[in-house]
Design a protein around this ligand. Structure first.
Ligand SMILES: Cc1ncc(COP(=O)(O)O)c(C=O)c1O
Length: 452
């Protein structure tokens, strides 16, 4: 295991060390900081990406068994069909004084899949898509408070939740999301609640009911993912739907990460509960920036008066990529594939964990976002060790694999051989008590926690 900040520093690490001196935070996305994975070992940059394979600046090859661009590339990197559609569009010109007709085609395609929705607006990133949805909801409801239960982006309206109820709570509610730079005047405008399942005594339902009893009258919107680590228990989403309808609160389902992945379109389609607005991004464009806000006419019409406007929301590559990606989802039944591959992966982790007596918990709740964790007091160091040992074997890995169409049973089998070796080594470290001395100060840090 060679630490790349030694004498023979790699080109990849050299560039990242320099980047940290001119780009505050080093990267544009928190989750792509190497320090979140394996500080001083994780390669910061890619030269090429194809399918689920990546080459760093030193031409080192990896299979990506981690987040595949934090969920942006569900069809795999450089998907040939999406890439062809995008290149065709670029060759014809991707922007002009006039608008892209693909906006209209994409709106219709999204309504075909989500028949409850009548109107759409488009943006380019997830966070701004969520911000648009909140602007529309506030305009439609004529109220301003918003309740949240997961991560919905970096904008002021969302991070305001982390101002807490007072100065001593500031920064405490969403660890890792500093509220620095967010006007303190926004304190109390975004209300967090813990999301979860259902059942009379379920704490998250109680939390929701408590929150709605206190703030329901002044809430414009509730923004939540319909599911994340597992499906919601029957009745949970229905309960929230009933309460929001009763109180004139706009229900916004954030499908930015789970959309298209668990099933075709929004995950809410599988649960039979329709929101007033659903938002998509990430996998929608399979690596090309696009975000979509779809909703009922009654709510969305507020967007024709509210000021929501940006130059690059009119370029054509985003909607073209989305149209091609959706066609491929339909043609290839991508969600069935990601589920099947995810289960294979989880089975391997479970079986090899047992074989090596490794204390892990394997979560079968959402196989397309295959997740495991070490159940051990040294879990942070253990996951860092796992990632480092996997890098040596040519795998980008982590506690979660965002399965893509490009992951084949053959690649999963190669990864299983590596898991066997890595768990074998981890078992030895645990036995000898050498985990901490091996990782030293280089344990990965985890930036934030969802309110789940
Ligand atoms: C559920 C959810 N909403 C919103 C976002 C923000 O999207 P983006 O990073 O494109 O701004 C994310 C990103 O992780 C997300 O998972």
């Amino acid at each position: 295991m060679t630490k790349s900040n030694g004498k023979n520093i790699s080109e990849t690490q050299k560039l990242y060390n320099y980047a940290k001196t001119i780009i505050p935070g080093g990267t544009q996305l928190l989750s792509k900081r190497p320090e979140m994975m394996a500080p001083n070992y994780w390669p910061a940059y890619f030269k090429e990406a194809n399918g689920c394979e990546v080459w760093d600046l030193d031409n080192k090859h990896y299979y990506d068994m981690s987040t595949n661009s934090v969920g942006a590339c569900l069809l795999g990197y450089k998907d040939p069909d999406v890439t062809k559609a995008v290149i065709d569009r670029i060759n014809k010109g991707s922007i002009s004084t006039l608008n892209a007709p693909e906006d209209v085609y994409l709106a219709d395609k999204l309504f075909e899949i989500h028949p409850w929705a009548d109107m759409a607006r488009f943006a380019r990133t997830g966070g701004e898509t969520a911000s648009i949805a909140v602007r529309i909801a506030r305009a439609a409801a004529g109220k301003s408070k918003v309740a949240i239960s997961g991560y919905n982006g970096w904008h002021d309206w969302y991070i305001a939740a982390n101002l807490g109820a007072n100065e001593s709570e500031s920064g405490e509610i969403l660890p890792g999301f500093s509220p620095d730079g967010v006007p303190v005047e926004l304190r109390g405008t975004t209300i967090p609640f813990a999301q979860g399942g259902m059942g009379d005594q379920h704490p998250s339902v109680k939390d929701f009911d408590g929150m709605i009893a206190e703030h329901g009258g002044s809430l414009a919107a509730i923004v939540m993912e319909p599911c994340r680590g597992s499906d919601p228990e029957p009745g949970y989403l229905e309960h929230i739907r009933e309460q929001t309808t009763k109180r004139g609160i706009v229900l916004i389902f954030d499908e930015i990460s789970i959309g298209w992945r668990r099933n075709l379109g929004g995950s809410h389609l599988a649960f039979g509960v329709n929101p007033d607005i659903a938002i998509f991004s990430k996998a929608l464009g399979n690596g090309h920036p696009i975000g979509a806000v779809i909703g009922t006419r009654a709510v969305m019409e507020a967007a024709s008066e509210a000021f929501i406007s940006s130059t690059y929301w009119t370029e054509a590559v985003g909607p073209v990529a989305a149209l091609a990606a959706i066609d491929k989802h339909i043609k290839c039944n991508v969600s069935a594939h990601t589920r099947q591959i995810g289960i294979m992966l989880l089975d391997n982790l479970r079986d090899l964990g047992q074989a090596h007596n490794i204390p892990i918990h394997v979560n079968y709740g959402m196989p397309c976002l295959a997740h495991f964790e070490f159940e051990h007091e040294l879990s942070q160091s253990l996951i860092t060790l796992y990632i480092r040992l996997m890098l040596e074997r040519g795998f980008l890995s982590g506690p979660s694999t965002y399965v893509t169409l490009a992951h084949t049973p053959e690649i999963v089998a190669k990864y299983a051989i590596a898991i066997d070796e890595v768990f074998g080594q981890i078992a030895k470290h645990l036995e000898r008590g050498t985990v901490e001395s091996t990782i030293g100060d280089d344990a990965a840090y985890f930036g934030f926690k969802r309110l789940l």
